[in-house]
Design a protein around this ligand. Structure first.
Ligand code: AMP
Ligand code: ZN
Ligand code: FE
Ligand code: FE
Length: 286
């Protein structure tokens, strides 16, 4: 069983449409793929409608969250939510708030870039985001690549779009403990995405992870492209201590990132534990 539990489509900041994504997943020899677009479920239906035989789809989302270390600055972090009821009102409203904020914030980033003479327009960013339920910095990055301001999306990030850049604008984020509870209340299963992805900025301490476990966290995403072997070993130990299952994934974004589908995988036993805890939606197979 080849199981990849974290991917993005054009419903957020991936480059494959949901239909292309499920086809690519089957072609890559995967048996199970989770669709986890940022703050939106817009890809669920088109992915399910295009599902090839032999592939199981786990509907999910990756929620933009924030926490405060004791006496520290707020730290942005991501919570993966699987198999929740998309109609449950409290969580649905929160996703709506996050999507709305993504739009106004992306517009403001483009204004700041333009004011500095960089070749990027809001119209083009909107076009690139297309029907995406969640516009993100990678859409702005693609516009900067098109106009020659950067050679690639990762380069657009390291030059202009990184967190803390003069052009960076914060978006709304959900308090991480509230997010864990919202996901559970919607029948879903919350997993902490790439807990030690240091490349993206400051990471949280084990104390915060323990608090998340107390709030209802189910798992830790251990095998992720942004984790080195020492971080993986540490997280595996912590998961065992806290009674959490561990997952693995690619965090595939199509051509916006270099990582291929199936770059890391989840063990079947962990996948079974996840599905056993879910009460809001079921995995989809034809
Ligand atoms: P946003 O959600 O709009 O704040 O944008 C953050 C997203 O951009 C992350 O979730 C990644 O998908 C992507 N991202 C972050 N850093 C990079 C990078 N260096 N290169 C390409 N994509 C990135
Ligand atoms: Zn993304
Ligand atoms: Fe993430
Ligand atoms: Fe992701």
């Amino acid at each position: 069983m080849r199981i990849d539990l974290h991917t993005h489509s054009s419903a957020s900041d991936g480059t494959d449409t949901p239909a292309e994504l499920v086809a690519a997943a089957r072609a890559a020899g995967l048996d199970v793929i989770a669709l986890t677009d940022h703050d939106t479920t817009a890809g669920w239906e088109p992915a399910a409608a295009a599902l090839p035989p032999g592939l199981t789809l786990v509907p999910g989302a990756e929620i933009s969250c924030v926490t405060a270390e004791p006496a520290g600055r707020p730290i942005p972090l991501h919570v993966l939510a699987y198999l929740f009821d998309p109609r449950e009102e409290a969580f649905r409203a929160e996703r709506g708030r996050l999507q709305e904020s993504r739009l106004t914030r992306a517009r403001r980033i483009v204004e700041l870039l333009e004011a500095d003479g960089l070749p990027v327009s809001w119209d083009r960013v909107r076009e690139l985001a297309g029907s995406a339920g969640a516009v993100g910095r990678p859409h702005i990055g693609r516009a900067l690549v098109e106009s020659g301001a950067a050679g690639s999306v990762p380069e657009a990030f390291s030059r202009y779009l990184y967190t803390g850049s003069p052009y960076y604008v914060r978006k709304a984020e959900t308090d991480v403990l509230a997010a864990v509870r919202l996901v559970r209340a919607a029948g879903g299963v919350p997993v902490f995405a790439h807990p030690l992805a240091r490349r993206r900025g400051q990471v949280v301490s084990d104390v915060v992870i323990a608090e998340m476990a107390d709030a209802g966290l189910a798992g830790l995403e251990v095998d992720h492209p942004d984790h080195d072997p020492a971080d993986r070993a540490h997280l595996r130990g912590l998961a065992a201590e806290l009674g959490l299952f561990v997952t693995g994934s690619s965090d595939y974004h199509g051509s916006n990132k270099a990582v291929p589908l199936g770059a890391n995988l989840t063990a079947p036993a962990a996948y079974e534990a996840l599905v056993a805890q879910a009460g809001g939606a079921r995995p989809v197979a034809v």
